[in-house]
Every structure is written in C-alpha cells, then in structure tokens.
Ligand binder design. Structure first.
Ligand code: PHE
Length: 446
C-alpha cells in the first residue's frame, strides 16, 4: 500500500496483548515446564527470573525502542538508523530466521490443531499411555496428516495477518489472549484439585540444586530468547507500530512479567499432574501429546479437558506465528510496496512449501538426519540456538555501540520522561548481554 500512513496500535492494551501473544506460545506451554523439571525445579525458575531481569526485559526494551524510532520494518530499521552501512544484513538474517522458525513451528502447531479436533470428537478418550504413544506416532508420522494440519494452521495465520495490524493482529489478540488465560485458569483449578497435586507444586517451586550445572544456565538463556520472541525482529516490528507517547520501559516489564507468569502457570498445570500420576517427565513433544492426554483420560469429562488444552495450545501458537509472519510481511509492504494480501499469502505458501520436509520429518523422511537430528529438530536447533542469540547479539551491539545509547535514551524518554534506570540499562546492553551471549556461543560450540 504505497504512500499509506503506517498503521499504529489502537490502544496500549491492544499492543500489550499482541506482544504478549507473540511471546506466549509453544515455548511457554511445553518447553518451559519440561526444562524446569529437567533442570532443577525452583532453582531453575529463580535463574530464569534473574536472566529475565538482566537480559530479557532490557532486550525487549531495545527492540521496541529501535522499532518505534525507525517506524520501519526490520531491514529498513538498520538501513535508516545506520545509513550507508551493511547493518541491514542483520535484518535479512532476521527474515531468514522467522521464515525457518515459522516453517517448523507451524508443523507442531498443526499437531495441536489435529489433537484439538481429535479430542473434540473423543478420538483419544478411550486410550491409555501406550495407545496414545502409538497414536502420536501415527499422527506425527502420517504421510500427509501433518502437512494438512500445518496448512490449516498457516491459513489461519495468513488470514489474521492479511486483515492488518489493528484489524487483524490487535483484534484477534484481544479475543485469543483472554481466551488462553481463562482456559489456563480452569485447567489449573482442575489439576490442583487432584489428590497429591500439592507435592508437585512444591517440587516445582523448591530449588533442587543438585540438578543445576553450567548447561542449566545455557538452557535458561535459550529459553528466555525463544519465549520472549527475541533476536529476530518480531518485537522490533511490533514496536514500529507504537506511537511516540507510549511508555517503553513499563510496557517491556509488563510483557516480560506476563510471559513469565504464563510460563509458571503452565508449569503449575503440567508438573503437578505428572506428579499425581507418577509419570516420569520426559522432555519434548511427548509430554504434551502423550502424557497430558493420558492424564486427562483418567478424569471425568476427559473430552472437555483435552479439547480445552489443545484449543489453548493452538491459540497460543497462533498469536506467536502471526508475529513471525508479520516480520517479513512488514518488509515487503514497506520496502517493496507489495499489498498486504499478496505479501502474507505469498509468504504463507512459501513457508508451507519449505515446512513440508519438517512436517514429514517423523514419517516418510524420518531417516534424513542432520547432526543426528531429524529435519524439524535440526531447523529448531539452528534457529533457536544459533540464529536467535546471534540476532540478539548483533541487535544490542548495534544499539549500544553503533547507533548510540544517547539516541536510544532520548527515544525512551519521549514516552517516559521519569524513567530512572537509563544507566543500568545502558550498562547491561553494552557489557552484560554481549558477554553473556558470547559466553554461550563459546561454551556451546567447544
Ligand atoms: N515466543 C514464542 C513461544 O514461546 C515463539 C516465538 C519465537 C515467536 C520467536 C516469535 C518469534 O512459543
């Protein structure tokens, strides 16, 4: 839409719900609880919170500030703020990253959608854990069902993005986010009522220091990046739809805390349930697609619980995938003057095609391994563990050392003149975050 004025969020609340929607997703609902169980319960939660404060929230602020200042997509943000330099390449790295993440994220979300429909029709209700394990293998390994699920999920994503920032993303976030919260609270009530649940709650909150080690810290940092949607331009793009009056530090804190709160809520739903049924928590998709349905099946009204759970998971994934697609749609619309429908539709189809190998990675293509991982896990690994932290690192270096922290602070003060944490924020961006990320890269690779 050449020449049109850039859209802005209709309200602060709408912006916050959309951004929290981007952050809250598969990362909170299955990844967080399983990582917590593996890495030391309460101690990991504590470490996670420290990283949230020192790395997560300052980085949310950094991305929102860059986006609001430039009022542009990720590529043009770098080229406008550092004209004549090669920094716009970081924007392309981000576009490549969102594209790859969306290609496998939509596959897992597609499973969630299939499980929602299956639950609704009672397809899983008669099964025990062994039966559910088999069904999970059949669904994820089916020659075209996962492709169908992925296609349906991407269609929903494209549909929302086509409707635009306020009429699509903002409006849907206002419906889906409260929906997620309500379903979670209902499920929490249900699991906490189980006999023995309190044991699980205590375990979840009690620090278990023996399980902590160096790799726990790495897990925690990776989890914060993925869960906060950092390092690939989603928050920057959402920040570019902000008006100057918005208070960036307050919003960043609110977004970070909401994401953490929902992750903890998910943990409090999943972990006590595992304890009550004495299930050895295993990491990965199994917990969501096998263990939880098995637990629901022992309860009266299992169809309701399992449908609610998978509906919530699909909603949560949808508000995240919308933000992934919007990063590259914003680029095509701003820079290449594409219309929104063509941009979202075209990229949706391309993502679908690129995602097909991931969709088939548990079935027909299960033998194709890269570094010992199947296609889906391999793309997950290179994006989450390499591209996201790399994007985050380059973004902070750009803000703190190239564009300049004074300009960043000036931009922040426009909406929050009373902000008093400017110096600690700058210090964190200049030293703590780059060193922490470099450290992860070095220890991760050697
Ligand atoms: N934050 C999302 C989640 O927790 C995933 C995501 C990553 C979304 C990167 C956008 C960008 O599931």
């Amino acid at each position: 839409m050449a020449g049109n004025k850039r859209e802005h969020w209709n309200s602060s609340l709408g912006f916050i719900l959309a951004t929290v929607g981007s952050a809250v997703g598969l990362g909170n609902i299955w990844r967080f609880p399983t990582v917590v169980v593996r890495s030391g319960g309460g101690a990991f939660v504590l470490l996670f919170l420290i990283i949230v404060i020192f790395i997560g929230v300052p980085l949310i602020m950094a991305e929102l500030t860059l986006g609001r200042k430039s009022q542009k997509n990720i590529v043009s943000t770098f080229s406008t703020l550092a004209p004549g330099s090669k920094w716009w390449l970081v924007g392309f790295l981000a576009i490549l990253t969102v594209f790859l993440i969306l290609s496998f994220y939509s596959v897992i979300a597609g499973w969630a959608l299939i499980y929602f429909l299956g639950s609704l029709f009672g397809a899983f209700a008669p099964l025990d854990t062994a039966g559910l394990t088999q069904v999970y293998g059949q669904i994820a390994g089916h020659p075209f069902l996962p492709v169908l699920g992925q296609g349906m999920f991407l269609t929903a994503t494209v549909f929302i993005v086509i409707s635009g920032v306020t009429r699509g993303i903002e409006r849907w976030s206002k419906v889906l986010m409260p929906g997620i919260l309500i379903i979670m609270i209902v499920l929490l009530g249900r699991t906490l009522l189980l006999e023995g649940a309190i044991e699980g709650v205590l375990w979840f909150l009690r620090p278990n220091l023996e399980l902590m080690n160096l790799s726990t810290a790495l897990d925690a940092v990776g989890q914060v990046f993925f869960s906060f949607s950092l390092g690939m331009g989603a928050l920057l793009t959402y920040g570019s739809y902000l008006s100057p009056g918005e208070n960036i530090p307050r919003n960043a804190l609110l977004i970070g805390l909401s994401d953490v709160a929902i992750a903890i809520l998910a943990g409090l739903i999943v972990v006590p349930a595992l304890f009550v049924f004495n299930v050895e928590p295993e990491v990965g998709a199994g917990i969501v697609f096998v263990t939880l349905p098995a637990i629901f099946n022992t309860l009266p009204g299992s169809i309701i619980w399992s449908s609610l759970f998978f509906l919530m998971l699909s909603f949560a994934a949808l508000t995240s995938s919308v933000s992934l697609l919007e990063v590259s749609v914003a680029y095509l619309v701003d820079e290449k003057k594409w219309n929104r429908t063509a941009a979202a539709g075209g990229l949706g189809i391309l993502t679908f095609l690129v995602g097909i190998p991931s969709a088939l990675s548990q079935g027909v293509l299960a033998n194709r391994l890269f570094l010992g991982r199947n296609i889906l896990d391999f793309i997950d690994f290179i994006t989450s563990s390499i591209f996201l932290p790399l994007g985050g690192l380059l973004t902070v270096i750009f803000l703190a050392w190239i564009w300049g922290t004074n300009k960043a602070l000036t931009e922040i003060y426009r909406g929050s003149p009373q902000f008093r944490w400017g110096r600690p924020w700058v210090f964190t961006l200049r030293f703590i975050i780059p060193l922490a990320i470099l450290y992860i890269f070095i220890t991760g690779f050697f």
